[in-house]
Every structure is written in C-alpha cells, then in structure tokens.
Write a protein that binds this ligand. Structure first.
Ligand SMILES: C[S@@+](CC[C@H](N)C(=O)[O-])C[C@H]1O[C@@H](n2cnc3c(N)ncnc32)[C@H](O)[C@@H]1O
Length: 321
C-alpha cells in the first residue's frame, strides 16, 4: 500500500520564509504564489538526487526557489513579459517573451542544480538558461518520445503533466528514462478543480462573467482528470506509488479561482509603468500585507468546507515497478 503522507509540519519561520520568497517573484498573482509555495513545501521531504531532470521547467524560477535559491527584492517574473494586449482576449501567455538583456538578479544560489531542464517554449528556456541552474536545456514537446537514454535519471520532476495530450505515452516515457531505483516526483492537478469554481451559479453570474474569471484555463489542460484515473495511468505505465501527498484543498482552489487573474495584465502594465523606486516601495508594502493575509491559508491542510472534499493537487512519488 502506498503511504499517504500528511504534509509534515514545517516550522512557522521556514514556512513564512518560503512564502516570502515566492511572493517576491509572483507578487502580482498572490494566489499563484501561495499555491507554488505549498507545492514546494510538499516536495521538501523528497530529495532531488542527480542525475535529475525538470520536465516542463518553464523559466526555472519555481525549481530554483524550491532548491533554496533567492532573488533580489528588485526582481520578479513580471518584469520580463510581453503580449500584454493579447492576454485577455486571445489568452496569450505574457511570460512567453524575453529580451537579450534579461538578468534574473540572483542573490543566493542553490547548492544543487538540475542536470537537464526541458520545455516546449524557447523563450522560457532562454530565461531558464540565464539562471545558470540547469546544466543542459532541451526544447521538447512532451507529446513525443523524449531524447534521453533508458534509465538516464535518478530523479525526474514534473509539475505540468496536465498540459500533455499524449498522456499515456508520456507516463511510459517517464518510466523509461528513470533508473530502476529512481524516483519520479509528479505534482498532478485533479479535475475536482472544475467544481471549485462559481460555474454552478451561472444563473446568477452569467456566462460572460464566468468566462472573464475562467479565461479558458481549465479547458486548455487536456489530461486533467480525477485521482483514480491518475492512479490507473501510473499502473498502466508500470509505475508503483511510493507516497501520495495532497497539498491543495478545495478551499485553496476556490480562493485561487477568483484571484487576480483577470486583472493581472493591467496590474503588470501599471507596475511596469512606475519608476523603479515607486514600484519597489509599493511592492514591498504589497508583500508585507499579502504575507499576513496568506499566512493562515499557507498550510497544506487549510480547509473551511464543512465536509472533506477531493484535493485539487497531489504530489505523487513514483518508482518503476
Ligand atoms: C504552468 S508552467 C510551469 C512551469 C514550471 N514547471 C514552474 O513550475 O514554474 C507549464 C509549462 O509547461 C510547458 N508545456 C506546456 N505544454 C508542454 C508540452 N507539450 N511539452 C513540454 N512543455 C510543455 C509550458 O511551456 C510551461 O512552461
């Protein structure tokens, strides 16, 4: 029987320092900051031993922070964005953009690196490259077989499997590239998230309102499914579950659902139009306030629903059967 881990209780100081580091980078999307910080907290008891690979690493900021890295308070991910006019109606990705001069302003380097990082988007890989945190970065679409040897990695990390259409092949590929005694650390979102929205109240809000809040995000995740189906996918790929750590509750997902997503492009434009000093002053006050507001929520078991509901994200530790 796989162990279901209850999220270990990190000290208050460790927990708020982690949240603080994530807020520094993601301050204009505080609902993403607490989610990512909880994801990092869940990963804490799972060492990332080399050779290691970070699949769909994006700009690398999540894994860099998780590994203990830190950035100057003058740095955040909203400084290097584009397509802001197309984010709202064309669902463009503002982060899929970079300039040659991009400098992530690192203040603390983690004491380990990933051997490999992959992503579909060249701009994200260019940003990840500037972190000097990956020995090698590979542009790859995970709907296809991966360009790595059998058993190449001791640790395979991925928090973006729900984007992959060809999910069964992806699962077998995870097994193939993992050493016999290796570990796959997979954070999976569950389709319970569809219920943790206001969609059931269409009669009160109207479709236009729900579309503004939703921005089609859940619909663009082709392999989102329930816990049972994830387990079947692991079984079909010959992967054993070593441990299972739920870390996002229904309450977290409800809060995330009506976060700052719809106004994010406007907030980013506003913040980036400020002079450096004013931006920094506001950012600092913003983070102080948000740290306090998010503190009770920043707990893997936080739930105010009257009865237990399916979690919205689970960290699975898997190994080849
Ligand atoms: C939500 S981001 C997460 C990035 C990073 N892992 C993190 O935690 O910040 C999802 C990432 O998956 C990448 N992605 C989406 N579909 C992909 C695919 N088919 N193959 C490889 N990467 C993909 C996107 O480019 C994006 O960088």
């Amino acid at each position: 029987m796989p162990a279901t881990q209850i999220e270990s209780n990190p000290s208050q100081a460790q927990s708020s320092s982690r949240l603080q580091r994530f807020l520094n980078c993601y301050w204009l999307r505080p609902e993403n900051a607490f989610w990512m910080s909880l994801r990092s907290q869940a990963l804490e008891s799972h060492p990332i031993k080399g050779p290691s690979i970070d699949l769909s690493c994006g700009d690398g900021v999540f894994s860099f922070l998780h590994a203990g890295g830190d950035f100057s308070s003058e740095y955040d991910v909203f400084m290097e964005v584009g397509n802001l006019d197309e984010v709202r109606d064309a669902f463009a990705d503002m982060f899929d953009h970079t300039n040659v001069g991009y400098e992530p302003m690192v203040t603390l380097r983690p004491d380990r690196k990933f051997e490999v990082g992959t992503d579909l988007k060249p701009n994200m890989l260019l940003k990840a490259c500037r972190l000097d945190f990956y020995e090698c970065l590979v542009e790859h679409d995970h709907n296809h077989v991966m360009p790595f040897e059998n058993g190449a990695f001791q640790t395979v990390h991925c928090n973006s499997a729900y984007w992959v259409q060809n999910i069964d092949q992806f699962m077998s590929e995870l097994r193939r590239i993992t050493r016999k005694d290796g570990r796959i650390l997979l954070s999976v979102k569950l389709d319970s998230m569809r219920d943790y929205t206001l969609n059931a109240h269409r009669d009160k809000f109207g479709q236009r309102w729900l579309d503004i809040i939703g921005r089609g995000r859940i619909e663009s995740w082709p392999s989102l499914t329930n816990d049972e189906t994830w387990k079947q996918r692991f079984k079909a790929a010959n992967l054993d579950i070593v441990s299972r750590t739920p870390f996002i509750t229904a309450t977290h997902a409800h809060i995330w659902d009506v976060g700052l997503r719809p106004i994010a492009p406007l907030l980013v434009r506003m913040a980036n139009a400020l002079d450096e000093h004013t931006r920094q002053e506001i950012k600092s006050d913003w983070i102080d306030l948000l740290s306090e507001l998010l503190q009770p929520i920043h707990n893997a078991n936080f739930n105010i629903a009257p009865h237990k509901q399916e979690p919205a994200e689970i960290l699975y530790e898997l190994t080849p059967a």
